[in-house]
Design a binder for this molecule. Structure first.
Ligand code: APR
Ligand code: PHB
Length: 388
């Protein structure tokens, strides 16, 4: 088998790249380790920047998002029971789209099925070969049978535990990491959201977030310790703890109900540099992780994919190597901005065990955020997404 670009991973990054390349007449095959159902069962954040919305439109998969997604003009931040609002639209002229990442993945899968482009699900033992030469190859097994794809480029879109980054010689790659001493316990329920906008909560008992997927489906998170077990959190305990952290009005409006999903996620910042190794190009979670506080994971995958698809279009249609030469630097410049914002917001809103001084600094910083138009504008610009 031969293709122009072999894409490893059918998450949002791989699927979106495949869609954009196809649109520009560039052949690609996606290899995914799991089944499509498994990929769709993972629940992740749901706030999409306007530039990412535009890119999904360009890829031809935005129609359902525009019908069913919720446009948010601002967000709320609650500090020890008092709520403040950051008005994105007034401060930046921009908004965000609240639409589940699972739905985006489904729209991308449907888009790929509609163009008839090949995806191999259940591809085992994917291995990358010769990407420092001009003739890279990828091998994999399906039902025990070995297959090989010869290609021009390999796009490593296989997430943080994927094989692509691991295939790079350690001496050629640098990684930077921060592990936070807490996690998020998330609960999804078919109950109406507590507010029309997301509420980010800073409370002495710990961070909380009131988010949503639709007018009838809510997503809530509470900060928990890293050794917590989901089994120790029956629904009633979760709702009781959430009520202790939110403000009085939210407490009155909160509609509780049975969880349809409940899970604990650790929080981590991670960046691997560079993002290009000869003919292997990394994109999305394969190259970087952000803590979910800023909702940047999918948005960063989208910006990588935008730079990467443009670079490949320039290579094939304009016979220019400039885009590929600059891919890593361009992508990383935006990645570090989002890493900074996600780290800052995480540090600002979570209970930090053991430091009374840090707690006071959080309050002083939040006071500054609510009192200064410049600070609020900087927050809003980062939240709604910096330009590509
Ligand atoms: N071979 C083939 N596929 C693999 C391999 C492998 N060795 N390892 C991982 N994969 C697949 C995973 O099963 C997954 O479907 O790669 C895909 C990676 O998808 P994500 O983890 O979603 O990563 P990405 O597409 O970069 O996601 C970007 O969307 O899902 C969110 O948290 C994610 O916010 C981030 C954004
Ligand atoms: C979510 O809805 O899951 C969500 C929203 C915003 C975040 C993180 C997660 O910052």
């Amino acid at each position: 088998m031969r293709t122009q670009v072999a894409i490893i991973g059918a998450g949002p990054a791989g699927l979106l790249l495949g869609q954009l390349l196809h649109k520009h007449g560039i052949d690609n095959i996606i290899l995914e380790r799991h089944t499509g159902e498994y990929v769709l069962s993972r629940i992740r954040a749901g706030v999409i920047e306007q530039v990412a919305v535009d890119l999904l439109d360009e890829a031809g998969v935005g129609a359902r998002m525009h019908r069913e997604g919720l446009v948010h003009d601002g967000t709320q931040i609650c500090v020890d029971g008092v709520r403040h609002r950051i008005d994105f639209k007034a401060l930046t002229g921009k908004t965000v789209m609240v639409y589940g990442q699972t739905e985006i993945t489904k729209d991308l899968m449907d888009g790929r099925a509609a163009i008839g482009a090949p995806t191999v699900y259940g591809a085992q033992d994917v291995a990358l070969h010769d990407f420092s030469s001009d003739q890279p190859r990828v091998t994999y097994r399906v039902d025990g049978q070995l297959h090989e794809i010869a290609c021009d480029f390999i796009a490593g879109c296989d997430g943080s535990h994927g094989i692509s980054r691991q295939s790079v010689p350690p001496a050629a790659i640098s990684s930077y990491e921060r592990i936070y001493p807490f996690g998020w316990l998330g609960l999804l329920s078919d109950t109406p959201p507590v507010s029309q906008e997301l509420i980010y909560v800073r409370h002495q008992r710990g961070f909380a977030l009131c988010s949503m997927r639709s007018p009838t489906r809510s997503r809530y998170y509470i900060q928990c310790s890293l050794d917590e077990e989901v089994e120790a959190w029956p629904d009633a305990r979760f709702w009781d703890e959430l009520k202790l952290r939110i403000d009085g009005e939210a407490r009155v409006c909160l509609v509780t109900g049975p969880a349809i999903e409940k899970s604990i996620a650790p929080l981590r910042s991670f960046v691997a540099e560079p993002m290009r190794f000869g003919r292997l190009l990394l994109a999305g979670d394969a190259a970087h992780i952000v803590p979910p506080t800023g909702a940047k994971g999918l948005n960063l995958a989208a910006s990588d994919v935008r730079y990467l698809s443009q670079a490949l279009v320039e290579h094939y249609h304009e016979k220019s190597a400039a885009g590929l030469a600059h891919y890593s630097d361009r992508a990383l410049a935006r990645v570090w901005k989002a890493e900074r914002f996600s780290w800052w917001l995480t540090t600002l809103l979570h209970a930090l065990p053991g430091s009374a001084f840090d707690g006071k600094m959080q309050l002083a910083e939040l006071d500054y955020l609510f009192g200064s138009r410049a600070a609020a504008t900087a927050f809003a610009e980062n939240y709604v997404g910096l330009p590509f």
